[in-house]
Design a protein around this ligand. Structure first.
Ligand code: PLP
Length: 384
């Protein structure tokens, strides 16, 4: 049906002339790293997130690692996360010897279930990390209360959620810190990149030093006594910051297009048997960078795989986000006693049923309508 493949997560690209100008500026200054564009990008991210501090990083995977290291976590420490998330949420922790402990999720939103998370708290638990899956804020209040009750820091993987709000406040200012991703497929991209945002000055200072080989911001340039901690190289480059800044300038346009597409999906898929659009919070700002549906195989007359095949055959390259769940993946499924206290039925069911549909600035309303027509035709063929 589509001559050209229709993608999920085709990059949103801002004004190319502005981007080129910024990159030319970096070349002229001979500052490709540690330069003014990153400083400006961090200021703008902090504005969007409503936080005092934003520390840009090379991607969110490394960002999660820096965020937990700055809390003092180390090998063997357990962090409770939802299993219905992108593998990097778990891998980031595992890669540095931490133990992700997988929680089940809310069956409607796919977000971490605080009641199940509480059951997983044990002697080795050192933190809880919620994920705002598909940009919908998770149960921030409940997780914050859980953290306070058990004396555990709470972080949020906000890879999908920049620009969104929870109880009228921007995502970014909750917990001890939140981590954004600016990967190419995200709402705002810096080619690759991310940021850790926080309102805690001391935490921000530790993060800032750790992302830069352990050198704090006020001890540049490098001297013999400038290293204050263990650190890595998690810096964002100047050209990446140029891309991020240019994207931020067009954020409202991206939001408008995404909202328009989402609303068309709502209209076109209303009443289709067995198809449920995953929703965003009412009366909150949402970037709608992800549009996901759940296919109930009993009502739709086809399962997710059937719908996936039908769409892909017509060049609609939908994605099975986030299937399989993390605890069903290597290396975690090989060690269920350590990594997951099974079962996690709601996450598994949702992961078996979800499809992410194309949206973003590269997708027009006519295309949305055509995608929905395919879905209606497939779901409409239910057996009676
Ligand atoms: C929920 C979630 N967390 C973390 C990441 C990792 O982000 P990055 O690609 O910037 O490392 C991603 C996706 O890329 C993600 O979807």
């Amino acid at each position: 049906m589509f001559d050209e493949p229709l993608h999920v997560g085709r990059p949103n690209i801002g004004d190319r002339a502005r981007l080129r100008e910024r990159i030319e500026g970096a070349l002229d200054r001979h500052y490709l790293s540690n330069g003014p564009l990153v400083v400006e990008f961090e200021r703008k991210i902090a504005e969007v997130a409503g936080t005092e501090h934003a520390i840009a990083v090379c991607n969110a995977t490394i960002g999660i690692q820096v965020a937990v290291k700055a809390l003092g976590l180390g090998p063997g420490d357990e962090v409770i996360i939802p299993t219905f998330t992108a593998p990097p949420t778990a891998h980031a922790l595992s890669w540095i010897g931490l133990v992700p402990v997988f929680s089940d999720v809310d069956e409607d939103t796919g977000n971490i279930d605080p009641a199940h998370a509480e059951k997983l708290i044990g002697p080795n638990t050192r933190a809880i990390m919620g994920v705002h899956i598909f940009g919908r804020p998770c149960a921030i209040d409940d997780l914050t209360a859980l953290g306070e009750q058990y004396g555990l820091p709470v972080l949020f993987d906000a890879a999908h959620a920049i620009g969104n709000t929870y109880r009228g406040r921007a995502i970014g200012g909750f917990g001890i810190g939140e981590i954004f991703s600016f990967h190419a497929t995200k709402y705002i991209n810096s080619f690759d990149g991310g940021a850790i945002v926080t309102n805690d000055k001391q935490y921000a200072d530790r993060v800032r030093a750790m992302r830069n080989y352990g050198i704090p911001a006020d001890r540049q340039p490098y001297t013999v006594d400038s290293i204050v901690s263990l650190g890595t190289n998690a810096k964002l480059s100047e050209p990446s910051a140029a891309m991020g800044l240019t994207g931020l300038e067009d954020m409202e346009r991206f939001a408008e297009i995404n909202r328009r597409n989402y609303e068309r999906y709502v209209v076109e898929l209303a009443g289709v048997p067995g198809i449920r659009l995953l929703s965003q919070l009412d009366n909150e700002r949402a970037n709608h960078q992800y549009v996901a549906i759940e296919i109930d195989p009993h009502a739709a007359g086809t399962d997710r795989e059937g719908m996936y095949d039908a769409l892909v055959a017509r060049n609609v390259l939908v994605r099975r986000y986030f299937y399989p769940t993390c605890h069903q993946l290597e290396p975690y499924r090989g060690a269920p006693d350590v990594h997951a206290r099974l079962p996690l039925p709601r996450a598994e069911t949702l992961a078996d049923r979800v499809l992410a549909l194309p949206t973003g600035t590269a997708v027009g309303l006519e295309e949305v309508a055509k995608v929905c027509e395919i879905i209606r035709n497939v779901a409409g063929k239910r057996r009676r």
